[in-house]
Design a protein. Structure first.
Length: 245
């Protein structure tokens, strides 16, 4: 019964000295941000990840890929954080130092609602960086507008500051996420299919380090088998009740 499991997990939340939360695209779904792998509406139902989320895809079609990220940036203008984002931020404010938020999301909604110390494993949708190692002439503020913008001197291209498939996660951020995972007594895995590593590996790490792992997802995920409890529901409906008090 969902209610019984909710009570159990509420008790685990109360008992845990340190909670790590790993979020994915599902946390922002109720704000209207598309996920990646949902069958009808996910981005990867419309596009190939190899085309839109790899360096090779950008190099072969820079305009197409740049414009897609611009479209995703613009989409965020009309988007508001939801009750799930708020519940996490409110718990952090009410219990300083007890909850570390690790996210695969690049949309900034956790930060917008006041979450602190968010460990962004996959970068920031709104950040720009140079495609090739920047030379002295490469100044982001002076890039020539275009799709993508370029360095006026050497032609280096600007790319979005997200982590693409085949790229390293930001090392300091990932190490901080590993430390939080090893230190936590409870990990909540919220709104992720659990299909992308090394992020998904944090749930296995938490389990092997002795923490309880709870998956919150309306659908089956690849991390269900790792979990001590699976709560079938949406993040905006489940998180406020779990983290209240
Ligand atoms: P996915 O799109 O793979 O998975 C989203 C998950 O959210 C699915 O398991 C859904 O069932 C679940 N979900 C949908 N609506 C939900 C809701 N309202 N509440 C809770 N869960 C809900 O997204 P991620 O797992 O985040 O990386 O994907 C991981 C990475 O793969 C992304 O960061 C991105 C993507 O390709 C890159 O682009 C490098």
């Amino acid at each position: 019964m969902l209610e019984d499991r909710l009570d159990t997990v509420r008790a685990w939340v109360r008992e845990a000295r340190h909670i790590a939360v790993l979020t994915g695209a599902g946390v922002s779904a109720e704000s209207g941000v598309p996920t990646f792998r949902d069958a009808q509406t996910g981005y990867w139902a419309q596009f190939r990840a190899e085309d839109m989320a790899t360096e090779a895809g950008f190099r072969s079609h820079p305009e197409r890929v740049w414009n897609w990220y611009q479209h995703r940036r613009q989409l965020m203008d009309g988007v508001q954080p939801n009750a799930g984002h708020r519940a996490l931020a409110q718990f952090q404010a009410a219990h300083p130092g007890r909850l570390t938020l690790i996210t695969q999301n690049v949309d900034g909604l956790h930060q917008r609602v006041g979450s602190t110390g968010v460990l962004c494993l996959h970068g920031d949708l709104f950040a720009d960086r140079w495609l090739d190692a920047p030379r002295d002439c490469c100044q982001l503020g002076e890039a020539v507008a275009g799709s993508p913008p370029t360095c006026r001197h050497c032609g280096n291209q600007v790319r979005p500051g997200v982590v693409w498939f085949g790229e390293m996660l930001p090392l300091a951020v990932f190490e901080a996420a590993e430390r939080a995972t090893q230190d936590c007594e409870l990990m909540l895995v919220v709104g992720t299919a659990g299909a992308v590593y090394p992020a998904a590996g944090l749930a296995h790490l938490a389990r092997s380090a002795g923490a309880r792992v709870v998956v919150l997802n309306p659908n089956p995920s690849e991390l269900d088998g790792t979990a001590d409890a699976v709560l079938r529901g949406t993040s905006a409906s489940l998180l406020p009740g779990l983290l209240a008090g």
